[in-house]
Ligand binder design. Structure first.
Ligand code: PXP
Length: 249
């Protein structure tokens, strides 16, 4: 069977809870430490323009105190570029950002925005960051991601996670085809958004996908069973699905 499937924990919503009271608890850096103990392969944090959850100080501390690879999610803005270039995290995942949205609602339209994105991909790559573009599972987006010189694409799994019945199977098929096409193009393929214990396995079984980034569900589940246990349970489901994973040919 296929390569190991990495798990990145998105810690944004630890900061959401902290910020609800404006204090220092719960601390997302402490969550990252617990996650490291539970065996995650990386930490993901989204520094939003409005700083609604992760703060600049969180990024400073994550960079300084956590040994795991940091995946900085960021909008393609000059402000975020300057922060990324100062920290040079392992990876930078460029995401679309709208102030009014509750979460990242759709993939980045790299096909429409390629002129705007090109210097960001270039400068971050030149600085040694693995640049990832968070896109919907569409061929045109993959083509343009490749043309832009990104090393990685992260496929948006939100539609699959929210769909039911035949639509769900159709969305899963789109993910399978996009992952296979990413591999054909030589792009490393990640996936994430909305994944939980019920939806993770069909995605984990797509052999071309080498990393999942999961946040909201695991942080929520941690309230009931603890973060370490929640992560280990997710890891076990991923490993189980990976045993049957298929790489499309
Ligand atoms: N990947 C990306 C690029 C995201 O923007 C998010 C949400 O911040 C995730 C993964 C994780 O999504 P969720 O919190 O729904 O698991």
């Amino acid at each position: 069977m296929s390569a190991y499937l990495r798990l990145g924990l998105n810690i944004d919503h630890v900061a959401t809870i902290r910020n609800a009271r404006g204090g220092i608890h719960p601390d997302p850096v402490r969550a990252a430490m617990v996650a490291a103990k539970a065996g995650v392969d990386g930490i993901t944090a989204h520094l939003r323009e409005d700083r609604r959850h992760i703060s600049d100080a969180d990024i400073d501390r994550l960079a300084a105190e956590i040994d795991l690879p940091l995946n900085l999610e960021m909008a393609a803005t000059e402000e975020m570029l300057a922060i990324a270039l100062r920290h040079r995290p392992h990876a930078c995942c460029i995401v679309p950002e709208k102030r009014e949205e509750l979460t990242t609602e759709g993939g980045l339209d790299v096909a429409a925005q390629h002129r705007h994105l090109a210097p960001y991909v270039q400068k971050l790559s030149d600085a040694g960051c693995r640049v990832s573009l968070f896109i919907d599972p569409e061929k045109v987006q993959l083509h343009v991601a490749k043309a832009l010189g990104a090393a990685v694409v992260e496929l948006h799994t939100g539609r699959f996670c929210h769909a039911t019945g035949a639509t769900r199977e159709g969305e899963l098929q789109r993910l399978r085809e996009a992952a296979a096409f990413a591999r054909e193009l030589g792009l490393e393929c990640h996936a994430g958004h909305g994944l939980d214990y019920d939806t993770v396995q069909p995605v984990a079984a797509i052999g071309e996908i080498v990393e999942l980034n999961i946040g909201h569900f695991l942080i929520g589940e941690a309230i009931f069973i603890g973060l370490e246990t929640a992560i280990r349970r997710m890891r076990a489901l991923m490993d189980d699905a990976r045993g049957d994973a298929v790489v499309s040919v």
